[in-house]
Design a binder for this molecule. Structure first.
Ligand SMILES: [Zn+2]
Length: 236
């Protein structure tokens, strides 16, 4: 199974071209290479405008690089854009040099670039509404995140000590059986759910967890993706 690929879109009328990179969308159970120019066109706003102007049938799409490693694909995309950077037919407006880690921009369409900067400036520093944040969280659920995003996060984390490094979580004592455990376990298995005072609730929790893990194991051995992200870890 291909995880990611680099594609090239060519305008049949004026020969302009655009490179894009795509990684697997886990909510679609389609091999990504099987739906390019069928279900998937491009995520580029610039290309969407071009498609509106010329019509989908006036473009060809070809896959020029495939890999199971989405980071490798993203790098390949940057490299091909860099190779064609001087070409006036190239429609990509930026690339991120994976070797120097520098981003290069150029103005393809001055007015849209101005509008873009203006929009970005007006949005900067403004907190997102709860609804907006929930929408983002929802759309991110089940996504592995683009290789670019993951690399940026990984770069940002480099050299930083994790906030919980070397610290053990605080322990608590069960008010009934006096057992010491982490906050999560104390609430899950002790205090109001303690075997000594509420055996029914205690074993009900245990059964629920066992069932969740059974479903998860079936999914894993059957090669099916766990249907509900909550099943990845038992939540009570
Ligand atoms: Zn207890």
């Amino acid at each position: 199974m291909t995880n990611a690929y680099v594609y090239k879109i060519t305008n049949k009328i004026n020969n302009t071209f655009y490179f894009g990179y795509r990684y697997r969308n886990q909510t679609l159970k389609i091999n990504p290479v099987d739906d390019i120019w069928i279900n998937y066109f491009t995520s580029s706003n610039r290309m969407k405008k071009e498609i509106l102007k010329y019509g989908k049938h006036n473009f060809t799409a070809e896959i020029i690089f495939e890999s199971v490693d989405s980071l490798e694909c993203w790098k390949q995309e940057q490299i091909v854009i860099k190779q064609h950077w001087g070409d006036t037919l190239l429609l990509n407006g930026k690339y991120h040099d994976p070797f120097s880690n520098k981003e290069y921009h150029r103005r393809i369409n001055i007015t849209s670039e101005k509008t873009r900067l203006k929009m970005s400036a007006s949005r900067k520093g403004k907190p997102k509404t709860l609804e907006h944040r929930q929408k983002i969280a929802k759309s991110n659920t089940g996504q592995i995140g683009s290789a670019q995003k993951r690399q940026k996060l990984s770069e940002a984390r480099k050299g930083k000590t994790p906030h919980n490094k070397g610290k053990s979580p605080p322990k608590f004592e069960c008010i009934h059986c006096k057992k010491i455990a982490s906050n999560a376990n104390i609430n899950k298995w002790h205090n109001n759910n303690c075997k000594t005072i509420n055996p029914e609730k205690h074993y009900e929790n245990a059964t629920q967890i066992r069932n969740l893990w059974q479903i998860r194991t079936q999914c894993l051995t059957g090669g099916i993706r766990t249907p509900d992200p909550r099943l990845r870890r038992p939540l009570l």
